[in-house]
Every structure is written in structure tokens, then in C-alpha cells.
Design a protein around this ligand. Sequence first.
Ligand code: HEC
Length: 122
Amino acid sequence: MDNKPVIFFLSLLLLAALIVALYQSKANPFTQGKAPVAVSDAQNPAVNPHQADPAIELYTTNCARCHGGFGEGKGTNPSLQKNGLGVEQIIHIITNGRGSMPSFIRFSPAELQKLAELVQRF
Ligand code: HEC
């Protein structure tokens, strides 16, 4: 009796199983070392530890264009990092403006508090 076709068929099955196993394996060379999907720095919790804080949104929309995404400063606008200002002082600057910085009157007291605390943590 000729077993060749049976052996050929079994080899094919084995090969298919190997391919599936390789594909599903964590060691799959096709997915290893894949670059993470690009997200903007402000949304990336690995880069921006304040990401979970709603104040980050207020900061990003209202302040980042002048003071930079991390309060690092931009152009002639000063850095907000480690400036030693207290929450009250920061709230005063936000609501009254200073020099070429505009005043912001639309924030609620709670929002001002959160924003000032965020600026303090930069
Ligand atoms: C149009 C650009 C601009 C925007 C928008 C802006 N700032 Fe400023 N900010 C400045 C400038 C310029 C100064 C420096 C003012 C001075 O002392 O003459 C400043 C100063 C400050 C200071 C004082 C820094 C220090 O060391 O004395 C704080 C705190 C501050 N800004 C927070 C904020 C926050 C919070 C927001 C968003 C609600 C904001 N700024 C939005 C331009 C801006």
C-alpha cells in the first residue's frame, strides 16, 4: 500500500499548525518591537503624568500656547516649572493677567484651584 499521499497530507497539516502557532505566539517576530501608536505628548500618560487630571485640558486649551505643554515656557513667555508660586498667587495671576499675559475670567473657583495646583506641580 502506498502511504505517500497520506504522509504528504499530514505534513501539510503539520506545517499549517506550525504557521498558526507561530502567528499566535507572543514571540511572533512580526509583532515584536512594534513602535507604539503615536499620540501627542499632552495625551500620552507615559510622557505627561497629569493626563488623568481634568485641569490638563484647561491648561492645554488656555495656557500651553504660551507656556508650552509642560509649562516649560515658549519664546519670551516664562517657564512655569518650579517657580515657587503659591496657589493663591497663581490664581491671582490667572484672573488678573500680568504684563502681556491676558486675564482669564471664565474659570470657576474650582477650576482655578485645579489649574493652579497643576501649575504648581510642573
Ligand atoms: C498670551 C500668552 C499667555 C497665555 C495664554 C498665558 N500666559 Fe501666563 N504668562 C505670560 C507672560 C508673558 C507672563 C509673564 C508676565 C510678566 O511677568 O510680565 C506670564 C506669567 C505667568 C505666570 C507667572 C510666572 C512667574 O514665574 O512669575 C503664571 C503662574 C502664569 N503665567 C500662568 C498661566 C496660566 C495658568 C495660563 C492659562 C490659564 C496662562 N498663564 C496663560 C503669557 C501667557
